[in-house]
Design a protein around this ligand. Structure first.
Ligand code: ADP
Ligand code: MG
Ligand code: MG
Ligand code: MG
Length: 768
């Protein structure tokens, strides 16, 4: 969560008068941050942490209902109250934070993990288990903290417990009551201010999953409500035929995700890590897909990302470059002289993205803004000051408007601290207005406070966040404070602590491997953009091919990664035989091309080496259901980027390592106790086995051997006797589905677990 100031939040029409003040002082604060930390921090440790978001669900087996619980949010206060349950958090090294929804809870480790220490990677899951246990201990037995990405029936009649009416003034939603919003004044104000700035309610339209009885019309939209002027918006063009229509911030910000933050050694390493992770963002969105149902409808996509993006989209009509609804203002709630109009024949935007001479009353140019403030990143940061220096200007190839004033302030006045790429990055974030301002916090001491900077920074919700350190009073020992960090934000939350730990470890270990082996992952950012769209598609993990740096252009020698596939764990753990004999053949029979995987079944073998069988797919879980994808990889003009299956990118092939081999090698070379050649230490063996199984999960999902959460959920609905083939998820079906997700979360039902995790993992999970 970003800052949570106490005080009196200003209504949009008051707050907007301070937009330039916040930006101006925010930039001064940013410059002070850079002055304090850019050069002084040179060797921070690789620390990292995760954030897990929970939904409190009231499960009633008698009534067969599962509803979002909106009156148990007191547990968040209790878990932070020294007189109540704070001790439980402290004793367990966990920390709970507020989130957008009153039904939500965010849990993190209280102190970050040590990324140089193998056992911390295995501890992550323990920490997650404790978070769930502690929050459960504060709740009645029928309220479960679940890690569902999107609550299937959010926005349907009676989806809350206790029931509440969707008649709230903050969101004016036709579907979501204001009672779902966190009680802290920041959140309803945020909701209302987004709507007021935009000049209309947000409008999200997701394509319905077309089934034989589906009526391609969202019949849940009330036709005759006359409570707010905005009630007519669906009939003015906000709702699209064939789509599920959603009209409120809560549909997006009320979903849950998994975020990972890593600390780099210095600012330059952080820039390289940020850039290297950018092409990974859509791949991990696709691999973590977990949300095929919204507002009681099966939809024709698998992830939440565009829902959140639309849910906080505060851009006005003119910024989006669309016609306003009839009777609505082109400028929305911007502070403008309403006599200004777009000239008819000179509709141009300049190099910064500014519309002609149009300005708000405080002199800020009005711009054409192609993306919501919640969206994928628009610019690389450039690694030219790092040892890699792979970046080329042509990689920043999408139109991303800039705040010209901020750009010049940073790059002209402080070129030493802000090269043009950093200036570009922050000038792009600073095209946005602050959304919530507290009257008590308007005036700040720019030498020691950084709330104005954070105000803009933390409401740019992008796939990655470049997190500079905070400002500290002179004399502070900076080595004990957080440094330059990169946050990875696209992943959907998974049902079990095991999976969330697996995705967290995969990402942090991958980051460690990136820093260690320094691959070149740069592709034009426009291709990442395309990948983000592909990642939304149903079963994209198997159905789509994603743009990625050609596998032979990573600037890595694949031969150096031979042997570091998943079989490395077995060789290291069981045989004490991790050395190459003659002809680069391992003594236990593992050979150069990775053809033999010790300890894996035939099935696993097929999955893990799936890329060897032609189209990059093994004959896994989806056999017979997939449409065929092109056997030949698309390639760009220069052969620098190609399109690959997620399987190829994750599991590699005989010519190229794949991300998992990078991870295995970093474990083998950097994380083992020095001098260990084989594993005699029981704790080390146990931890390595756990980590291996995390990688097996990711590997098997990438290869299609086991389903994504989204695939499993969709199949569950499609095969349920309660489903009427009309794309609708009734209250009874929602209950049945939630019940199954609880069984998975609690590892209860072996048959179910086998369908979800496959045999090998289920065997491991139920016996460990
Ligand atoms: P936000 O919501 O703004 O992303 P949170 O405080 O909720 O911030 O989460 C921050 C995450 O960063 C947590 O997982 C925490 O463990 C982790 N973290 C804290 N300090 C560091 C650090 N120095 N380096 C890396 N990660 C850190
Ligand atoms: Mg959060
Ligand atoms: Mg957080
Ligand atoms: Mg975060």
């Amino acid at each position: 969560m970003g800052l949570l100031s106490l005080g009196t939040p200003l209504d949009w029409h008051e707050s907007r008068k301070h937009n330039e003040h916040v930006r101006k002082n925010g930039i001064i604060q940013l410059i002070n941050i850079f002055k304090q930390h850019s050069e002084s921090r040179t060797d921070d440790k690789f620390l990292w942490g995760d954030e897990v978001e929970y939904m409190l669900v009231d499960v009633n087996p008698n009534a067969k209902t599962a509803r979002l619980s909106i009156d148990k949010d007191y547990i968040l206060n209790d878990l932070n109250d020294p007189k109540k349950s704070l001790h439980k958090s402290e004793e367990n090294n966990i920390s709970f934070h507020p989130e957008y929804g009153r039904f939500m809870l965010e849990g993190t480790p209280a102190s970050p993990y040590d990324g140089t220490c193998l056992k911390d990677y295995a501890y992550v899951e323990q920490n997650m288990i404790l978070r769930r246990k502690v929050s459960e201990s504060e709740l009645p037995a029928h309220i479960k903290p679940l890690t569902l990405t999107a609550f299937p029936r959010m926005g349907c009649p009676n989806f809350t417990s206790p029931p509440a009416q969707p008649i709230g003034p903050a969101s004016q939603s036709l579907f979501l009551p204001d009672e779902i919003i966190n009680r802290h004044v920041r959140f309803p104000t945020l909701t209302a201010n987004i709507r007021k700035r935009r000049g209309a309610k947000v409008a999200i339209n997701l394509p319905m999953y077309p089934d034989i009885n589906t009526k391609l019309i969202d019949d849940s939209i009330p036709k005759d409500r006359d409570l707010f002027l905005s009630d007519k918006e669906p009939w003015l063009g906000a709702s699209k035929p064939g789509h599920v229509y959603m009209d409120s911030m809560g549909f997006g910000m009320g979903s849950s995700c998994l975020q990972i933050t890593m600390q780099a050694k210095d600012i330059n390493e952080a820039r390289y890590l940020y850039d290297s992770l950018a092409p990974i963002t859509p791949i991990m969105l696709s691999l973590s897909a977990a949300s095929p149902i919204f507002k009681g409808y099966l939809v024709n996509q698998d992830v939440r990302w565009n829902v959140v993006s639309g849910a906080v989209d505060d851009r006005t009509f003119i910024e989006r470059d669309v016609e306003p609804y009839t009777g609505y203002d082109l400028f929305g709630g911007m502070h403008v002289d309403k006599r200004q109009r777009l000239p008819n024949n000179t509709q141009y935007v300049n190099e910064f993205g500014d519309w002609c001479d149009l300005k708000t009353k405080d002199g800020k140019p009005i711009q054409k803004v192609p993306k919501s403030r919640y969206d994928s990143i628009d610019n690389y940061l450039n690694d030219h000051k790092y040892s890699t220096a792979y970046f080329k200007d042509e990689y920043n190839d999408i139109y991303a408007p800039l705040n010209e004033k901020v750009y010049h302030h940073l790059s002209k006045e402080n070129p030493k601290l802000f090269d043009k790429y950093l200036a570009n990055h922050f000038a792009h974030l600073f095209i946005r207005d602050p959304l919530v301002l507290f009257s008590e916090r308007i005036n700040q001491d720019n030498a020691t406070e950084n709330d104005h900077f954070e105000n803009i920074q933390s409401t740019n919700w992008q796939t990655l966040r470049f997190k500079p350190p905070a400002l500290y009073p002179e004399g502070t020992d900076l080595s004990k404070t957080p440094g330059w960090r990169v946050e990875f934000r696209p992943m959907e939350i998974q049902l079990t602590d095991f999976e969330n730990a697996a995705y967290s470890c995969f990402l942090s270990l991958l980051s460690k491997a990136i820093i260690r082996f320094k691959p070149n992952f740069y592709i034009p950012i426009s291709k990442i953009e395309k990948n983000m769209k592909l990642a939304h598609n149903v079963d994209s993990v198997l159905e789509e091919k994603f743009w990625f740096k050609s596998l032979d252009q990573w600037n890595l020698n694949h031969r150096e990664f031979i042997g570091y596939d998943l079989s490395w764990f077995d060789r290291f753990l069981n045989k004490g035989n991790d050395e190459l004999g003659f002809d680069e053949v391992y003594v236990n029979g593992y050979s150069l091309n990775g053809a033999l995987v010790n300890g894996e079944s035939e099935d696993d073998l097929a999955a893990l080496n799936g890329s060897l069988n032609g189209n990059g797919h093994p004959n896994g879980f989806y056999r017979g259901r997939r449409r065929t994808i092109d056997a030949v990889n698309d390639i760009d003009d220069q052969g620098i980027d190609e399109r690959y299956t997620v399987n190829e990118i994750i599991n590699g092939n005989d010519k190229f390592p794949g991300l998992i081999r990078l991870i295995v090698k970093v474990i083998a070379t950097d994380l083992l106790p020095t001098g260990s050649h084989h594993c005699e230490n029981k704790e080390l063996a146990k931890n390595l086995t756990r980590i291996k199984n995390y990688l097996v999960l990711i590997s098997n999902r990438a290869s299609g051997k086991i389903p994504t959460t989204a695939h499993w959920m969709r199949e569950y609905v499609l095969n349920s006797p309660l489903y009427k083939r009309d794309s609708k998820v009734s209250e009874a079906l929602n209950y049945a589905l939630v019940e199954k997700t609880i069984d998975i979360t609690d590892f209860k039902d072996k048959e179910l677990l086998t369908a979800f995790f496959g045999e090998t993992l289920t065997q491991y999970l139920t016996s460990n």
